[in-house]
Design a protein around this ligand. Sequence first.
Ligand code: GAP
Length: 470
Amino acid sequence: MTALPAPADHDPAPAVAGLDTIVSLAKRRGFVFPSSEIYGGINAVWDYGPLGVELKNNVKRAWWRAMVQERDDIVGLDAGILMHPEVWVTSGHVESFTDPMVECANDKRRFRLDELPGTEELTETEKRDPGIVEKLGLKCPVDGGPLSPPRRFNLMFRTYMGPVEEEAAAIYLRPETAQGSYVNFKNVRETSRKKLPFGIAQIGKSFRNEISPGNFVFRMREFEQMEMQYFVRSEDAARIFDEWLPRRWEWYLRYGANQERMRFREHAPDELAHYAKKAIDIEYRFPFGWKELEGIHNRGDWDLSRHQAASGENLEYFDAATNGSFVPWIVETAGGPDRCAFMFLIDSYREEEVKGERRVSLALHPELAPYKVAVLPLLKKRPEIVEMCQRIVSDLRRDVMTVYDDTASIGKLYRRQDEIGTPWCVTVDVDSLEDGAVTVRDRDSMTQERISADQVKRFVLDRLATARGG
Ligand code: GAP
């Protein structure tokens, strides 16, 4: 394992000047749309369009490959979003999963205390101080009105199970996937026959009634998580925690993230989540500042001990070597495909001038690119050319996402594919009909090479394997 990268002590320029650049590209090209837009939209929910769903699926596949497929010690799980309500009492979320909220006396607008201008340096203890608004002289950022003292606002969405809306039927939409892994700890261990240390990985939707969502898909009320819970002996927890830090860091680099814009940040003791003994975030320099991409947490035996006590189920691990039983500790890696896909969009964005024209491209890692190949006819009026394109497309589609496009001139078609990050364009021209060869153009270098049409699939699969490092 490589040594932990030194934390960035500088503030690098963000990859793109403003968030608007990415939001507008995402909308224009079908990556991400505002949800329910024809009704005026709904705050903090975004819909992934045809290209966005491919990008996000590719992010999830890449994570699953590294965390489950390539490892012997981690298995997958897909637990329900709805869980027994006691889970959230036991886990501490009913009591402690809160953010400090203040309200404007004039217009009743609510804000997260720590997102108001002038609160950047507040400690967690200060955020709990009832006199903090007065001490800092904070005012409503919209109309300058007086603000209430902070009160704790629980972020969990509540709903009712079944036809009667009564207190006894109240349940929550999960705010993290982790608890599904804990309540299934025994099922998974027994069926997979894994020995410590081993992990359970999950990808799935989570919900948080964020007070001030925003910054595009960075903070939403409905989002996805990619979380892995690694069950360990208590005496190994600190070492294993340290090992996951560079492993997760390297995963981002493997898919093209720019490490100049990444850093580790350890949580201060009063900032730690209610379950955490230690937490270090991998942060990314978004256009709106340094923010968490993923958290690595040492959760101690908090979760399993509490679930064992509350459920009465024995969640201890029997160690045949020592003939003893104990509750395992948990090291968690907690990230999400929304923030990840967003970060890869920002980091891959390029603008340059080529032959007097502005070229926008997404230099996405080929594994993450929505389409791997675009097949383009130089003359769409020649049926033999279109037919040859279609033969290449149907051959490629068996293995990779491929698009055919003949709706513009070749120059425009290249620009269109550059802007959505397609790594290779294959062009069929009049000569192709004679010599059976086609032109393959590389997105990043814009170089073109002529290869036999029969070799296109091999060419693409070889390059994908090289990019993946396999
Ligand atoms: N189980 C631990 C946990 O949930 P977290 O740091 O609160 O930890 C983990 O969340 C990851 O989930 C974050 O790093 C982020 O990628 C994603 N995430 C959390 N809240 C989010 C939100 N409101 N919108 C988008 N992604 C979010």
